[in-house]
Design a protein around this ligand. Structure first.
Ligand SMILES: C[S@@+](CC[C@H](N)C(=O)[O-])C[C@H]1O[C@@H](n2cnc3c(N)ncnc32)[C@H](O)[C@@H]1O
Length: 227
């Protein structure tokens, strides 16, 4: 727990508000969910120090998506498709996960991994600025998932909240920002990101149209259900 408030840590992606022993216990429990493709993706993330949500949050995303019978999901910031792997499993063969990422190389990697997992046919991966792609995409969503650059969090929330169906969910990763949200003058990796996350979280908890809570697993995942 001691490193929770260490905003100067060189690699904040490894910090979690969850005690390392508890984290290990949870990961051991999740052992039966091991499968070749997520293991391979996790290994790539480790090698390249790429910030995926990780196994525990992946399982959380899949479980909440299945629990509301989600069939249409929009991801803002998909990386190479790790979080989308869990959503794609949840929506089933008749569902769709619209992925977005600014990096074309991430799309190619996602295609490789999700094809190998037999999930690519339910994924529509678009390259570009996620907010613009969202605005160019019609219809409502069962889930809007936000994992873009943190300064954009309030903007993404404002866009997404309008397009989530009643009973649907808004989910965002990193809402505790490795404990920086609790620090008065945090050392930000990008100036303004911590304040943007704090604003985002305040907006959601004060929105009368949503019920919200934060799962503190890893770096904090907010889930807000539209009434
Ligand atoms: C934290 S990673 C996503 C990880 C992914 N959700 C997972 O857990 O597997 C964030 C990704 O979002 C992309 N990104 C950030 N801001 C974006 C934006 N506004 N539009 C599109 N892509 C964005 C980055 O290129 C990066 O690949």
């Amino acid at each position: 727990m001691s490193d929770l408030k260490d905003p100067t840590a060189p690699n904040p992606s490894v910090l979690s508000p969850v005690h390392p022993d508890i984290e290990r216990y949870l990961i051991d429990l999740a052992g039966p969910t091991d499968a070749p493709v997520p293991l391979e993706m996790e290994e790539l993330a480790r090698q390249q120090n790429f910030p995926i949500v990780g196994r525990l949050v992946g399982l959380f995303l899949k479980t909440v998506a299945k629990s509301i019978g989600a069939k249409r999901i929009f991801e803002f910031g998909s990386g190479f498709g790790y979080s989308a792997y869990w959503f794609a499993e949840a929506v089933g063969s008749t569902g769709q996960v619209i992925c977005t990422d600014g990096d074309v190389n991430n799309r190619a990697k996602a295609e490789y991994f999700l094809s190998k997992a037999g999930l690519w046919d339910r994924v529509d991966f678009r390259t570009g600025f996620a907010q613009a792609i969202f605005q160019a995409t019609e219809g409502e969503f069962d889930i809007c998932y936000n994992d873009v650059d943190k300064g954009d969090y309030p903007e993404v929330w404002r866009l997404a909240r309008e397009r989530i169906r009643p009973g649907g969910l808004y989910i965002a990763d990193n809402v505790l920002w490795h404990g920086r949200v609790t620090v008065e003058n945090p050392i930000d990796i990008v100036p303004g990101w911590t304040d943007a996350i704090r604003e985002h979280n305040r907006l959601i908890f004060n929105d009368p149209d949503f019920d919200a809570f934060i799962n503190p697993t890893r770096d904090g995942v907010i889930v807000a259900r539209k009434k």
